[in-house]
Design a protein around this ligand. Structure first.
Ligand code: IPE
Ligand code: IPE
Ligand code: MG
Length: 235
């Protein structure tokens, strides 16, 4: 990448198009998810090489449970497989955080998630957020309940509720908001991803399907990001 290019601090990626990729090849949808998981791993490494502070991947939404049970089970077993062996968490310096409501998970998968978070929590490298059973509205409800409880317990007054307090009660607490959101697959919508955090994010939509997404596509997106004039409401 050109030296003059500014690398965003935090990119959010909606990994979309796995099903269409499989369909085009007359393969079962879960083969698309498998290829998508490989791309996820490679793009994570590339984000590390580029020196990002954080990257957030949207892997499974609160709405994705609506899919056929075989597909959901396939995604969950891919996740487990991936978390067990495909990623060398000992070697990488990433701090891994799972964004979303973990109460939907149990057994081996939940243990793995908690174990990975615990093992990587003091790492100084890139923060790798994986949004699993994540929905921004669910996140806001979760934060609202936590804040209401604090008021009820007398820990804070209603007047103490401000933007910072809300941010600090989201799954992304303590993290910078994403500079830009990338969605491959041609869809131009946000699908319940990070609604609070994207107040001033730039958006890049790309026609490539996620399983075909390459490092060059990420370069192209970052170059596009560099053309944007971010004003944050100023002049
Ligand atoms: C994204 O790909 C992966 C998940 C939502 C889990 P899709 O499965 O949504 O792929 P399309 O949109 O059907 O092509
Ligand atoms: C968004 O993709 C969720 C993830 C990529 C995990 P979807 O494929 O679920 O979104 P819609 O249904 O097209 O809005
Ligand atoms: Mg989709």
């Amino acid at each position: 990448m050109d030296n003059n290019i500014i690398i965003p601090k935090h990119i959010g990626i909606i990994m979309d198009g796995n099903g269409r990729w499989a369909k085009k090849r007359m393969l079962p949808r879960n083969m698309g998810h498998k290829k998508g998981a490989e791309v996820f791993q490679d793009i994570t490494r590339y984000c590390n090489e580029l020196g990002l502070e954080s990257v957030t991947f949207y892997a499974f939404s609160t709405e994705n449970w609506k899919r056929p049970v075989e597909e959901v089970n396939g995604i969950m077993s891919l996740l487990k497989e991936y978390l067990i062996k495909a990623f060398d968490y000992e070697k990488e310096n990433n701090r891994v955080v799972f964004l979303g409501d973990k109460s939907a998970f149990s057994g081996e998968l939940l243990e793995l998630m908690l174990d990975i978070e615990e093992k990587t929590k003091d790492r100084k490298g890139m923060t790798l957020n994986i949004a699993l059973n994540y929905g921004a509205r669910n996140e806001i409800v979760h934060a609202t309940k936590a804040i209401a409880q604090m008021v009820k317990n007398g820990e804070i007054a209603v007047e103490d509720i401000n933007e910072e307090l809300i941010s600090n009660n989201l799954y992304t607490k303590g993290q910078p908001d994403p500079d830009f959101i990338l969605r491959p697959s041609g869809e131009k919508r946000i699908s319940n991803f990070l609604l609070w955090q994207i107040a001033y994010s730039e958006f890049v939509y790309m026609d490539v399907l996620w399983p075909d997404f390459t490092r060059k596509d990420l370069d192209a997106a970052i170059i596009e990001f560099n053309k944007r004039n971010r004003r944050f409401g100023g002049v």
